[in-house]
Design a protein around this ligand. Structure first.
Ligand SMILES: [Zn+2]
Length: 117
């Protein structure tokens, strides 16, 4: 499953960031992910819950997913517009000469950790 691979990488990165900061536990992770990655939000959350349950350091960590909708720029008329995964043409001039500028990201926006005194 695509989402399990994504979340394995996210969990590793978030956990090592928390450990590097000297935190006692990871409390939450906010992930920004583009629609164009074809990841499904429910499947991401499901994969996350499966991955964290056996590790006390991350077991209570909450996952927040921000889905980023695709956005393109038209190379003919310069318009920037949001669209879905399947219809990328320019709504202003119907050009298919377009460039995707948002929607393929996959990044950890922030993490929250529990620090001891
Ligand atoms: Zn256009």
């Amino acid at each position: 499953m695509h989402e399990l691979g994504i979340m394995t990488g996210v969990l590793d990165a978030a956990k090592s960031a928390a450990q590097d900061a000297g935190a006692d536990r990871l409390l939450s992770v906010t992930l920004r992910i583009g629609d164009m990655t074809e990841a499904i939000e429910d499947a991401l959350v499901f994969a996350w819950e499966a991955l964290i349950e056996d590790d006390p350091y991350v077991r209570d960590a909450k996952l927040d997913v921000i889905m980023v909708h695709p956005k393109s720029r038209c190379l003919e008329c310069g318009a920037e517009y949001h669209h879905d995964r399947f219809n990328m043409f320019c709504p202003h001039c119907d050009s298919f000469a377009t460039e995707l500028i948002e929607g393929r990201e996959m990044q950890i926006e922030s993490i929250e950790v529990d620090m001891s005194e």
